[in-house]
Structure formats: C-alpha cells, structure tokens
Ligand binder design. Sequence first.
Ligand code: ADP
Ligand code: MG
Length: 260
Amino acid sequence: MQASVVSAKDLCLTYQTNDGPVHALSDVNLDVRKGDFVSFIGPSGCGKTTFLRVIADLEKKTSGEITVNGMTPDDARKARAYGYVFQAPALYPWRTIEKNIALPLEIMSYAADDQKKRIAEALDLVNLSGFEKKFPWQLSGGMQQRASIARALAFDADLLLMDEPFGALDEIVRDHLNEELLKLWARTNKTICFVTHSIPEAVYLSTKIVVMSPRPGRVTDVIDSTLPAERPLGIRETPEFLKIAHRVREGLRAGHSYEE
Ligand code: ADP
Ligand code: MG
C-alpha cells in the first residue's frame, strides 16, 4: 500500500462572512496516495479551491482532520511539501522567464548555482528550454502557463497542486498541455491534485476523480479510473473512457440543484 500524501477525515471549513456562515467544505473524507493524479471536479463554489488552499496551509480547517505527508499543513508548508499552480499564470511582466522561476528560490535563499540548475531542469520538464531570457508577454498563453508550472516544479516538491491551470486556454492548446502534463507526471513520479471544470480533462488525466457539489461543499463521488497508464489522446473515444465520463456527469447532476 502506498503512503498517504493527503488524508482528510470529516474535514469542514466554514467561512464567516457578513451574510452569515458559508459552508465551503462539509465532512470531506479523502485519501490521496503517493503517485496519484487526482482531479477535483464540480460547479463553481463547491469548495475545490478551498480544499487546495487547506492542503497548502493558505486556509485553516474549521474541524475534522487533514494531514499532508503525514504532517499538519503548517509543517508540510515549512518542509516545502508542494508546488502550487494558480488559475492565471501570475508571472511578473518585468522579470524574464528564468527570473520568474527563480523568484521563490531567491526568497528561500537557494545558492545561485543551485538556482540555475533547478531552473534549467524545470524548464526542460515543461519543454521551454531556450526561452529563459524571454519576458512573459513574448510567450503564448499556453507557454506562460507552462512557465508557471516550471516555477512550481523548481522546488522539486513531490506534491503538485494545480487550480484550473488550463481553464483559460483554447481546446487544442489544452489537449496538448494535457498530454504533456501526463508525460511530466510519469517522468517525475509526482502526486498531483488538479482542479478542473472539464469532464474530458478530468477523465483523461486522472487515476482518481473526486466529484464535488456545492452548498454545502462536499464530495459526492470518488471514481478510481480503470484506464491504462498509457493514454494517447484518442483514448477519449473509447467505450471505457466514455463510461467513466458518464459516471462523472451523473455525479455532477446528482449534486446539482436547479433551484436558482
Ligand atoms: P470553487 O473553487 O469550487 O469554485 P471555492 O473554494 O472558491 O469554490 O469557494 C467555495 C465557497 O466558499 C463559495 O461559496 C465561495 O463564495 C466561498 N468562499 C471562498 N473563499 C471565501 C472567503 N475568503 N471568504 C468567504 N467566502 C469564501
Ligand atoms: Mg476555484
């Protein structure tokens, strides 16, 4: 049995707002194992981002249990347990690609030659070698998002948290990046927690799909993928793929309220 990278037991998070409490996460139970590729899918407001932020220690749970690499999120953050990729690339326009990737390494006081080595490795992993001296605005949207993935990889953390990283990209670019991400995952043996709105993206990428529903944010289904590790894009037309996609859709429909 593989070790638990993220383990949540009866995890709840309630935001206190001027309009009263918002139950962003309610009794979430989940086990993410080493090497898993887990997608979180569900409508806007079901707590996907909140869950990633709890793992990353950017939000505090209200009750229940959560461990990251067997530690509290606070200790895991201090041990640099994860890299975080945001929805928008969030690159500084006045810094070159290599300087953007270097920024967190600078903050953590990595030695200059270590920084250089890590930047080169991370750029190689996302196929951006040769673009180190470019500025973000000289790159396409897809390349910018690859650069922000490289930045998250530079620590070489075993866990990668990705919040709708390809949501703003057109479908062809997204297909390509999905393929690349699977290759990167296979090459690096990382554990990935990936948020998406897209059923095909979730099914194509994941070993495990977590279907969520809002008000209160909760997990309605957890699907272990039966697809093989080797996944050419054409796998999306196979009966096995469509069967899993159907189950995700049913899960989303079951959790959906049409009241508003
Ligand atoms: P998702 O990423 O699935 O769209 P979020 O995790 O961003 O959902 O949000 C879940 C719920 O919590 C939503 O109702 C959202 O409005 C609310 N929420 C998120 N962040 C905050 C916050 N900082 N303060 C108050 N409410 C918040
Ligand atoms: Mg979100």
